[in-house]
Design a protein around this ligand. Structure first.
Ligand code: F6R
Length: 245
């Protein structure tokens, strides 16, 4: 695991965007895994800016998002499809048919999970996967206790995650209780992974990640078993931590 330490959120966003831009320039038809949440918003802003100013093209890029809330359709502004359109896809030249996000309103969510997993396989897997990290160490919506063997599946969200995400909803009760998420095994099959962490709210998660102990209680720790992971974290997320990367 490689660690890139940056000053603050702006620098993290810029570095992460530059990292993806370089990869896209050298492999314009790559398969990218994407995340939602507050952390990648700045990176997406820089990607849009680069598209507008330098014309980096996403035309041949295919994307797979990590997760989606069950019960929210793409027109709901708290759905992850809405988030992605709003922050990235509506502003770049990606073909919408190359965009994949689990459907949260499928009549058969289990079948939706199996189809999603197959679709990733049919594309030859993910070349570069972007991750955020939950305060409790979740990646995607793989909450503590998730199996390291897990594949795309329906998961119940913990109260901690629902409380963390309630900031986007009118009330806590409105936060969905379930989601579809790529599994940990699905994520681990990505050829390369970049994880972003910003702010003091992520410090405890960074402490546990960088301490290096692998445990199902802390899903992100499994990334230590992947051979190509880069963590980009800012000073606030790393303050006071001892680590030896
Ligand atoms: C989002 C996702 C989550 C977030 C995590 C951090 O697609 O999979 O694992 O990356 O909850 O969220 P933020 O960035 O809002 O702190």
């Amino acid at each position: 695991m490689k660690l890139i330490k940056v000053k603050d959120y702006e620098e993290l966003s810029k570095q992460a965007a530059d990292y993806f831009i370089k990869k896209i320039q050298s492999s314009p038809a790559m398969i990218i895994g994407l995340a939602t949440g507050s952390t990648p918003e700045g990176m997406y802003r820089y990607l849009v800016q680069d598209y507008q100013e330098n014309r980096i093209s996403f035309r041949n890029i295919t994307t797979f998002n990590l997760d989606e809330y069950i019960g929210l359709d793409g027109s709901n502004e708290n759905s992850y499809r809405f988030f992605m359109n709003n922050h990235l896809f509506d502003h770049i030249d990606i073909e919408k048919s190359n965009v994949h996000i689990p459907c949260g309103t499928s009549k058969d969510s289990s079948a939706e999970c199996a189809t999603y997993e197959q679709l990733i396989k049919a594309h030859g897997g993910i070349d570069l996967q972007l991750l955020g990290i939950g305060g409790n160490g979740h990646i995607g919506f793989n909450e503590p206790g998730s199996s390291f063997q897990s594949r795309t599946s329906i998961v119940e969200l913990t109260d901690k995650t629902r409380r963390d995400n309630a900031r986007f909803f009118n009330t806590f009760e409105e936060v969905p209780t379930e989601a579809i998420t790529m599994g940990i095994a699905t994520i681990m099959e990505s050829k390369e992974i970049v994880l972003l962490a910003s702010g003091e709210g992520k410090r405890e998660a960074m402490r546990l990640l960088l301490e290096g102990r692998v445990s199902e209680d802390f899903p992100a720790s499994y990334l230590h078993n992947h051979s190509n992971v880069t963590v980009i974290a800012d000073e606030a997320a790393l303050a006071g931590l001892n680590y030896s990367l």
